[in-house]
Design a protein around this ligand. Sequence first.
Ligand SMILES: N[C@@H](CCC(=O)N[C@@H](CSC=O)C(=O)NCC(=O)O)C(=O)O
Length: 278
Amino acid sequence: MKLVSENRAFGGTHSRYTHQSDTVNCEMTFAVFLPPFATKENPVPVLYWLSGLTCTDENFMQKAGAMKLAAQLGMAIVAPDTSPRGEQVADEDSYDMGKGAGFYLNATQAPWDKHYQMYDYITKELPALIEDTFPVTGERAISGHSMGGHGALVIALRNPQQYVSVSAFSPVSNPTNCPWGQQAFSKYLGDDTSLWQEYDAAVLLSREQHYIPIMVEQGRADQFLTEQLKPEALISNAQKTDTQITLNMHEGYDHSYFFIASFIDEHLQFHAANLGLI
Ligand SMILES: N[C@@H](CCC(=O)N[C@@H](CSC=O)C(=O)NCC(=O)O)C(=O)O
């Protein structure tokens, strides 16, 4: 693992690292914020943040304004990149496919399957590395935005024993039923739509009752709301299985990090409460 940069922030430390990933078969970058007083003797829980299309590990840390409250709460934040990277990694010219658009799944189709194994990277390799290296406990929460909101919901619903709570901003809620998801799933996963279902939060909610606390934030002025995001599918499918889910709708807010920054404190408090920090 190689340290790329380190900055003091709110009494804690924001650092960026690269490492060679066996799972995605290339060098990966992630950012980690450690609150003040996090030590081996006083390890802290971790909030994993999954970003959206076109993002890297940097967008959330620079734009969301999360570090001040995370420092006060005693919560670490880990922000991975959104896809494998490098010359040898398959890509397309469009912003919603290939690099920056890994959709947090395990691709089964060539040429994508060689590197695009983001589901395993986020659920297995990255937390193992983080917990081996930094003064953190094994307690985890997960959140994300848009494509990353989809990733956070799917990962938590499929692995409820690994996360105490999940939240999402403007998630791609029903990807089997929107253009972003249909394009990505057909190329990464092929024609077998039964596999697509495993990466669709609305479908997962419809199958059985889920007990993990779930909170979703959505702006009504979001330019992607009707065509791509469809949060109503989360609510209607959760009702079918008696799963509790909170969806907060906000007049006038769009899809940007201005929206995330406006409500990130509520999400940090939500996760802190579930992590037993408050
Ligand atoms: N066409 C746009 C789309 C890119 C965009 O809006 N990306 C969002 C996430 S969208 C869903 O996953 C984002 O978070 N952008 C980064 C940011 O810092 O705002 C484009 O290419 O710009």
